[in-house]
Design a protein. Sequence first.
Length: 304
Amino acid sequence: MSDKNKTLIVIAGPTASGKTAFAIELAKALDTVILSADSRQFYKEMSIGTAAPTAEELRQAKHYFVHHISIEDKYDVADYEQDVIQLLDELFKTHDVVIMTGGSGLFIDAVCNGIDAMPDVQPEIREKVEKLYQDKGLHGMQEALQRLDPDYYATVDQQNPRRLQRALEVCYQTGQTFTSFRSGNTAQRDFDIKKYALLWDRQELIKRIDRRVDLMMEQGLLDEAKALYPKRQLNALNTVGYKELFAYFDGDCSLNEAVEQIKIHTRQYAKRQMTWLRKDTSYQWVTSDDLEEVIRQTKPFKKA
């Protein structure tokens, strides 16, 4: 049975939709803490390019899962689910409400719904997929997954090689789609869950994304990327905002072209995030102007 006095509030939305600011104001109103569900903000070496909460924002509300691991650490969605559930057991001893916010839908779903058990993959299959990646790059894996499992391809982060590799491994190992192993069965959690997603007009969101990228460059994204360039082969750095600047360092494009590519790829990522969110009918769509209403809806769960 769920304890209706303990509630996880999810604030989701596409990149640049203002999730951090919204979550902080909500946390202040409810006197609670925030769990980050942004899989790139986990890495302590990546701040500007991931739009991680600033020092001032971190002072306004306690955050967990921000800069808690290194880009060289192995950390996946299963690790995150386990860590969050264990932490919530502790946090709910002193808080009736905890907020989780971020743009990584897979990580949010893992906490809310659990993770499906996937078949073991033989080493030779793993090597086959790795060879595909080495020979044909990200594009080769994208083409293979689109052919083998178009449903998953439509929602997966197509720029994330680890997720593409995992799905292809399952496809090759079993001869079935990766989607077929995603049961959709929801794990039973001992707390209630309320989910909100921030909605923006498409053109306004594009403007916000472009402004954010320009601001990142002003804040020193170029220098941050340059410092990480020697480790560019790490999966964590195959991330929008860094890989485009790595291409500039390689001499493959001009700086202006790299910045424009960051904007384009970020818009594409936001579109995939919206696709993911719209498929989940448990979300209540709100705007940034609805903060007071969200506070009103969640206030009853706050300890008197």
